[in-house]
Design a protein around this ligand. Sequence first.
Ligand SMILES: [Zn+2]
Length: 295
Amino acid sequence: MDMDAIDLIGGIDVGGTKIESRLFAGPEAASIAVERTETPSTPAALRRAILDRIAWLDGRAGRAVPVGLAVPGIPDTGTGAVFAANVAFGAAPLGPGIAASAGRPVPVLNDGAAFALSEARGGAGAEARVVLGLVVGTGLGGGVTVDGRTLPRHAGYGLEIGHAALSAAMAERYRLPLRECPCGRVACLERYVSGAALPWLSRHVTGAEVPNAEVLDAWADILAEGLMATLFAVDPGLVVLGGGLSGLPGVAERLAAALEGRRLGPAALPGLRLARFGPTSGARGAALAARDAAC
Ligand SMILES: [Zn+2]
């Protein structure tokens, strides 16, 4: 199918508390309709809700449209089941079940991957061949695209950067204790620099709950060091920063400065940009993946 023929596409971003469904139009994938509903707490109700959202998208479009799902977890490439900490997806395959009921392929991708795909295609990362999307929200996640496509996945470890290890140098510099992570590992990066961890980091550095400049400098330093581990593996041309924390004043500048100090000899570091589509990116990336799957 010719890509230009698919002018309407749908994306459903399943979050911990709400489901955002959006219809996009045209080659630019501009958002033209949005609906937000609560995320049900049982797997059966969640599947029904997702099918209802697909029906809503079809209704707005006036016909069946390609639809993709963004999820806050790891879609198993073998079984299709989604492993997530805070959404009740259940053990049954999500994508294949939804696809069978909806009568079309329904790609399921991690919300960090959806964010990266959206920003690489017409967003803040559009100029770079390799884009690293970094989402600093309640947790810390991300995704990588090459030439506007997500990388093929083996199992879903890429790009769970939030569960990469805190650098020993940073642990020593800020005298950070090794914090346990709900994932079962110890000293995961998101236990120090995610939005949820920021009040803890603030108390640790200054004793105050509200982060000041000193805390934000430490935050940028620790995150930049974690990011370096990813750069050694991925080498993107641009890092696009999104998530709730990226909206704080000075955060992007601090992270860029902390990265710049880590240059290896003459090797250029990637540029750092704030996301263009922000919170729309989960649904938009899922919709673009659906368009790819339909072409
Ligand atoms: Zn972890």
